[in-house]
Structures are given as C-alpha cells and as structure tokens.
Design a protein around this ligand. Structure first.
Ligand SMILES: Cc1cc2nc3c(=O)[nH]c(=O)nc-3n(C[C@H](O)[C@H](O)[C@H](O)COP(=O)(O)OP(=O)(O)OC[C@H]3O[C@@H](n4cnc5c(N)ncnc54)[C@H](O)[C@@H]3O)c2cc1C
Length: 393
C-alpha cells in the first residue's frame, strides 16, 4: 500500500470494514442472476444488498453522519475496497454517477436542496442521474461540452428546459436528476425529480458494460418546467459546477475500477497457480508469470497515481490537470491488467464463470466516459504548448 501518513485511523477502520463486507457478503451475490434486460443488476437486488450494507454500517461509507466527507486520499482507500466486486459500489452506495452527484450537491447545494435531494441519496434510498452528453448524430455535446444544444429559459418563477440527452447512466429508474442546459447567461444546472412526464426515455442501448442499473438512456426533454429554486447556484455557472464535480468523480472511477482489477489479479493468480500445462503450474511458465508480474507493477503505479491526485485535490485545488493525467494513466493501466488477466485464464477468462471478463468489458468503457484518453492528452498538450509559449515570449 501507499504511505498512509495523513490518513485517519477512522478512515482505515472504514476501509477494513468495507473490504470485509464486500468479500464476505457482496461477492456471493455475484452468482445472483437478478439482472435487467441490459444485464445490469435490478433495483430489487441493489436494495437488498443495501439493506445488508446498512446493517453492516458500510452504506455510503465515505460520507460521515454529520454530512462531511472523508478526504480524497481516505476516500480512495474506501472506494478501492468497495470496488473489489463490480456489485460492491452498488451495495455500498459508492457508485457512479451517484457518488459524484452527492459530492457536487454536498459542495454547492443550498440547505433546502440538500435536504430534499441529497438526503435520500446519502441514505441509499434513491438513485440519481447526471444529464450532460447529447446525441452525436445531432451535433450535441460529447467530448466538447460547449456544443451543448439543450436550452433553458426563465418563465415566471420556473425555468423551462428542452433538448435531447444520451448515455445518461441510470436515468431509467432514477428519482433525482442533475440536468445541464444553456441559457442566455450561459450554462445552468438544475435538480429535478424523476420520473417526469416531460422527460421521455427514447432508447436504452445494449452496451459493453453491465454494472450500472438503468443502463445508459437516450431521452427527450420536452418543455420540462423546473421551479427556479431548484437551480443549483447561479444562472450561467453550470460549467463551473460541472468542474467541481469533474476531478473527484473522474478519480473515483479510477478508485473503484482499481479495486476490481486487484480482484481480477487475485482470480488470475489463483488460476495460474492451480492450473497445470506441460507438466507444471502455469505460473512457472515465464510467459504467464511475467503477465502477472507486469500486472503487479501496473497496479502499484495506478494506486500511486490515484493517491497523488487525491492528495492534490485535498489541497483544495480543482486538480483538473492532475485528474486528466491520473485518468489516462489509470484507465490505460487497468485495461492492460484486465486484458492480461483474461489471457492468463485462457478460455475461462472470457466466460462469466468469474468477474474477470466483466471487469475487462467495464474498463474498456471507462477509457471513454469521464473524458476519452485522447481528449485528456489533447488538453495536456495544449497546456504544454501554453507553458512553452509563456517561457519563450
Ligand atoms: C458507459 C458510459 C456511461 C456514460 N454516462 C454518462 C452520464 O451518466 N452522463 C453523461 O452526461 N454522459 C455520460 N456518458 C457520455 C460520455 O461522457 C461521452 O461518451 C464522452 O464524453 C465522449 O463523448 P462522445 O461519446 O460524444 O464522443 P465524441 O465526442 O464523438 O468523441 C469520439 C472520439 O473522438 C476522439 N476525440 C474527441 N475529441 C478529441 C480531441 N480533442 N483530440 C483527440 N481525439 C478526440 C476520442 O477518441 C473520442 O473517444 C457515458 C458514456 C459511456 C460510454
């Protein structure tokens, strides 16, 4: 593990409790076949696991009873443990997009918005969704949020929102939504109750991943009326609030999927030690042993990168550059790790007899959401150029 100076004994104890809960209680649920038609766990299954998490005192473990959060380095310890099973974040209420949504509301929400929208989320009673991306074939916001086409305008003491959104994780079945739309003043962010007849789910595509209840919906927002006091903060500040959510949410994906890859490595290691070929255990064949060794190195580098970036966020910095670097380094490392785990396990690696194949699929999608690798590299390259220019003015 990384050096843990500055991490409280309380956070260590929470992480330990979460690990015990995930290993002893959640992992047996991996064989449970209660899945929706897109392969994601049903809400019934999620709520059952949450009851057990509540009883074990590990529900929403990164938010303390007084509403304060563990710091980011401590959160990393806890979320990595919750990620040891793809079901762990759902059981413990540390999953995306809820974890990022809770963080944003905790930071920027008024007391009234917190009471009405945040409280039931922290209690694990409802799911939420974050409405930003728009259909590519309609020229909407994707990698480039400034292309946003969803609009909003004031009407009396309400705002009216119109537009289309896509890849909205969990929109189907969510009770709370955070919607971003453009007004004359600039982008605005709203808290909304779901479902609402003014929001029509058009389509939930089958996707490569299968850990997120409700899938990733494409939907139409048709004259949605939202009371003005459900706007988060000020009109025109929507992208600034998106920035507040951005780095911690990005990093928390790194934490959870790092936990999943630690587990995949454990499973592949077990296979390589038990399975024999050509007269000896697979691990004694250098080609296999080296794959596991490379995984060990990648896992440690990913862990250090997460801890470094979390430390930057703990100084109060937005950490935009650092979280871009961490997101690229960790998601690419995890892809290599998951791929090697599949390879080590031969045919078994591509079956659903273990979670290894699911982790491989999930990490593939992670290289795209919360900023594709190339977009992060592009923005880092722009910074490098800016700094070079400043030094040569
Ligand atoms: C599983 C999943 C869950 C998601 N959940 C949500 C959600 O809950 N809410 C939400 O709002 N959105 C969500 N998204 C959407 C996600 O944020 C977008 O897919 C992502 O921002 C990329 O946008 P796009 O798909 O429109 O790709 P595009 O913008 O069309 O980009 C396609 C590709 O072009 C390349 N590219 C783009 N710009 C550059 C550049 N400047 N330099 C080099 N290459 C570039 C990249 O390789 C990129 O992958 C989710 C996506 C997935 C896959």
């Amino acid at each position: 593990m990384v050096a843990h100076e500055g991490i409280s004994d309380r956070a260590r104890a929470i992480a330990e409790k979460v690990e015990t809960f995930v290993r002893e209680t959640v992992i047996p649920y991996e064989a449970d076949r209660r899945r929706d038609h897109h392969g994601a766990p049903t809400d019934e299954l999620v709520m059952e696991m949450r009851e057990r998490a509540r009883a074990a005192d590990v529900l929403t473990p990164h938010i303390l009873s007084d509403g304060s959060h563990l710091n980011q380095r401590e959160t990393a310890m806890v979320l990595i443990k919750s990620g040891l099973s793809p079901l762990g974040p759902l059981a413990c209420n540390t999953m995306a997009p809820d974890e990022g949504n809770m963080y944003l509301l905790g930071k920027e929400g008024s007391p009234e918005l917190k009471e009405r929208f945040l409280k039931p989320m922290v209690e694990g009673r409802v799911r939420s969704a974050f409405f930003m991306t728009e259909p590519a074939d309609e020229g909407g916001a994707g990698s480039d949020p400034s292309m946003m086409k969803t609009v909003c305008h004031p009407d009396g003491n309400h705002w009216v929102i119109n537009g289309r959104k896509t890849f909205i994780t969990g929109a189907q079945g969510a009770r709370v939504g955070i919607v971003i739309a453009k007004a004359n003043e600039g982008a605005c962010m709203f808290l909304i109750d779901l479902p609402d007849p003014a929001i029509r789910i058009d389509h939930v595509p089958n996707t490569i991943d299968s850990s997120m209840p409700g899938g990733h919906a494409t939907l139409t927002i048709d004259n949605l009326r939202v009371p003005a006091d459900q706007m988060l903060g000020e009109a025109g500040e929507g992208f600034r609030y998106a920035q507040v959510r951005l780095s911690p949410a990005r990093l928390s994906h790194c934490m959870r999927w790092l936990g999943a890859c630690i587990r995949a490595q454990e499973i592949a290691t077990d296979y390589a030690n038990r399975r024999e070929a050509f007269g000896k255990p697979l691990i004694d064949h250098e080609g296999v042993g080296f794959m596991l060794a490379e995984n060990m190195i990648d896992l440690k580098q990913a862990e250090l990168m997460v801890d470094w970036c979390a430390g930057v966020l703990d100084t109060g910095s937005l950490g935009t550059v650092e979280s871009s670097m961490a997101k690229v380094a960790v998601s690419e490392a995890l892809m290599r790790i998951a791929d090697r785990c599949v390879q080590v396990m031969g045919g078994t690696g591509v079956t659903d007899r273990t979670i290894v194949e699911q982790v491989f699929r999930e990490v593939r999608a992670f290289r795209i959401y919360d900023g594709p690798t190339e977009v992060h590299k592009w923005s880092l390259a722009k910074k490098i150029k800016r700094e070079w220019k400043a030094g040569h003015a």
